[in-house]
Each structure stands twice: as structure tokens, then as C-alpha cells.
Design a protein around this ligand. Structure first.
Ligand SMILES: [Zn+2]
Length: 369
């Protein structure tokens, strides 16, 4: 080995040592960073949990609001609907709803359209409904023909409702164009963002909310419902995704039971039925009402004065349409069945007003004899 090659060898060795040192320093730094961010995340979680205990409605922007503290969304004001029949939040129960406050003359609003159109195309069949609330800035933007022309020219396929009197705008406390509000399947506000951007966060939140099931939300977060489901074991419960339900139900059944719709009065199979037997949930077979408790209410829907057992149904307060009603759900699969009112006959004074399509009569098994 001559002097020259020795020098080279020393140099190479030094380089290896230095590189090694640099690498382990970088690794240590990375480890530290990871530790720091994990610690920060833990602190943040703890802070969230602490503020969450207050139970007060959480109206912060740009953060994912927990279901327990999410405020209920206001209903849509009167307006002209484009791209869909007039609809309500009640009709959209069971779907994630993105409400976009916009106007066609607003440059920033138009910048958000590619994202909104993509989300509509990608998630509409998975349970997302986008509603564009068109709140005009100028008189020109109030003209329905101008709105119609703009919606078509901009290639908007999702429902748009005009808000010329700003009733919806005010009800949601909106201050600027565009504002995006994302509601969960129960119609609660889980995310709000003003202005362009936050597209990735919006998509992630939509995915999270689509994955939430009614049953999971209720049992985890609504103590009232939890106590009302006490008779049904967790293992006995039927939990399916909305897509699974949709695949095995008729469209009408899905609309009523998963989207909380109501069948037209006097059209259901069991409205006038006097047959004896046990009415079970048409989705999961859970026994709900004995024909012994059925009475003719004259309303056009099968009516009962009591469920077969306290544990067979769950109830919770429904404030859609500006009314306070008590919704009745199947305790086993959480499907919507109808409502209960306090104007029924003796002995209970209750009227369980059900949708025929949510029931199936198993004849000669009334549970009474
Ligand atoms: Zn059921």
C-alpha cells in the first residue's frame, strides 16, 4: 500500500464513519420528532376530551366536531329547487349532506366547483348529497332563469335551491361566500369551512361520516337510546352499511326505513288488516307488535297502542319540520319504523303510527296465546 492509497483508505473510512454518524443523528432527530408529534397529539386529544365533557354545542370552524357536541342543522328555507324535487333534511336523514352556500357570480365559489362536482360524482352513490344553496350577491343573481342558465353552464348536477330571501343563509349563520357545511346522517353539523381550499379535509370528513352507522352513533353517543336498547344484546343487533341495506331492500322500504321516509296514507299493506299474528321488523325479523294491540286509528297507517315488549323498539326525539315528534326505530337493526304519539286509546294512551312497509305479519303467532 503506497502513501497515496493509504490516504484514500483513510479518507474512505472517515467518510463511512461520518456518513454513519450523520445517518444516526438524522434517525435520532426523526425519532424525537415523532415523539414530539405523538406527545402533541396526545395533548390535543386530552384537550378535546376535556372540552368535550361540557356537552355544549361545538361551533368551531375547520375542525371535525364530535357527534355528541354537534349542533343540529337548521332546515332549508323556501326556494326554487333545480336538479331535484324539493327536499328537506328529514328526507335526507341517513345520508351525509354537504351544504354549499354560493352564488354564480362569485369567483371564489366557482373555484370550488371542480371539487364539489368531483365529490358529487364519486360519493353520491355511496350516500352523499350535495345541496348548493344559491344566496345571491346582486339582483342579477336573483333571477331564476339566470341561476338556471349558470347551473347548466357550470355543469352542476347536484341539487341547488335558491335562497333569495337569505332565510337559509341566516339560519346557518353564514357570513361569506363560499361556505361549506357538512352534516352527518342524523342532520348534525360536523364541519364548517369558509372560503376556498380544505378540499382534502372535506373529503376525509365525508368518508368518516359515510362510515358512521346510525346504530354505532346512537349507542356510543346517545345515552337515551342506549338505555332504550337495553333489552337487546350487542351480539343480537343487526348492523349493516347503508349500501348493504339498499341492496336487500325495495326502494320504498329503503326510503322509509333507512332514510326515515313515510309511505302515503291508506296505501300500505297492513293499514286495514285485521289478521292475527305478530308484526315483525321487515328488515331484521325482530318481533315488534302483536295484532292484539292494533287498532283502527283512521289515519291511514297501521296503528298500535303498545309494542310487544319495551325492549323491541327504541325511541328518540325527532325535531324535523319544526315539530317535536318521537321517532320509533327497531331496537335490533335501528331501522326507522314510524312515530309514537300521545293520542292513542286505552290502556296506554299511545299511538304507534307505523309504516306498513317496515312491518311483516307472521300470521297466527300473536304472542298472546
Ligand atoms: Zn329491525
Amino acid at each position: 500500500m503506497n502513501r497515496h492509497t493509504l490516504n484514500l483508505a483513510v479518507f474512505a473510512l472517515a467518510a463511512v464513519v461520518l456518513t454513519g454518524a450523520a445517518l444516526s443523528w438524522a434517525n435520532a432527530q426523526r425519532r424525537n420528532n415523532r415523539k414530539t408529534s405523538a406527545a402533541t397529539a396526545q395533548l390535543q386529544n386530552r384537550a378535546e376530551a376535556a372540552t368535550d365533557e361540557s356537552g355544549a354545542p361545538d361551533t368551531r370552524r375547520d375542525v371535525f366536531i364530535s357527534a355528541r357536541r354537534a349542533p343540529n342543522a337548521a332546515k332549508f328555507g323556501e326556494g326554487t329547487w333545480l336538479n331535484s324535487q324539493p327536499t328537506t333534511l328529514e328526507n335526507l336523514r341517513g345520508r351525509v349532506v354537504l351544504v354549499d352556500f354560493w352564488t354564480f357570480g362569485c369567483y371564489n365559489c366557482r373555484n370550488t366547483l371542480p371539487t364539489l362536482k368531483r365529490l358529487d360524482a364519486q360519493y353520491r352513490n355511496k350516500g352523499l348529497t350535495i345541496v348548493g344553496v344559491h344566496a345571491p350577491e346582486s339582483d342579477y343573481e336573483k333571477g331564476i332563469e339566470n341561476v338556471r342558465e349558470a347551473v347548466q353552464r357550470l355543469g352542476i348536477k347536484y341539487p341547488v335551491v335558491t335562497d333569495n330571501d337569505y332565510a337559509t343563509w341566516r339560519a346557518y349563520g353564514v357570513q361569506a361566500w363560499p361556505t361549506v357545511v357538512i352534516l352527518d346522517k342524523q342532520g348534525r353539523i360536523r364541519f364548517t369551512h369558509i372560503g376556498e381550499g380544505y378540499y382534502e379535509q372535506q373529503e376525509q370528513i365525508i368518508q368518516k361520516l359515510l362510515a358512521e352507522t346510525d346504530v354505532a352513533t346512537r349507542t356510543a353517543e346517545d345515552k337515551t337510546d342506549l338505555s332504550q336498547q337495553r333489552g337487546v344484546n350487542m351480539e343480537e343487533r343487526v348492523v349493516k352499511s347503508e349500501e348493504e341495506w339498499r341492496a336487500e331492500m325495495t326502494p320504498q322500504q329503503f326510503h322509509v326505513m333507512r332514510e326515515k321516509g313515510t309511505e302515503r296514507a291508506f296505501t300500505g299493506e297492513y293499514d286495514a288488516s285485521k289478521k292475527h299474528g305478530m308484526y315483525v321488523c321487515s328488515a331484521c325479523g325482530n318481533p315488534l307488535f302483536s295484532s292484539e294491540a292494533k287498532f283502527d286509528s283512521g289515519t291511514g297507517w297501521p296503528s298500535f297502542y303498545q309494542p310487544v315488549s319495551e325492549q323491541s323498539v327504541g325511541e328518540h326525539v325527532d325535531q324535523a319540520y319544526g315539530m317535536t315528534r318521537t321517532e320509533v326505530v327497531c331496537a335490533r337493526c335501528a331501522s326507522h319504523l314510524g312515530h309514537v304519539f300521545k293520542d292513542g286509546p286505552r290502556p296506554t294512551g299511545l299511538r304507534y303510527c307505523m309504516n306498513s312497509v317496515a312491518l311483516k305479519l307472521n300470521e297466527n303467532n300473536s304472542g298472546q296465546n
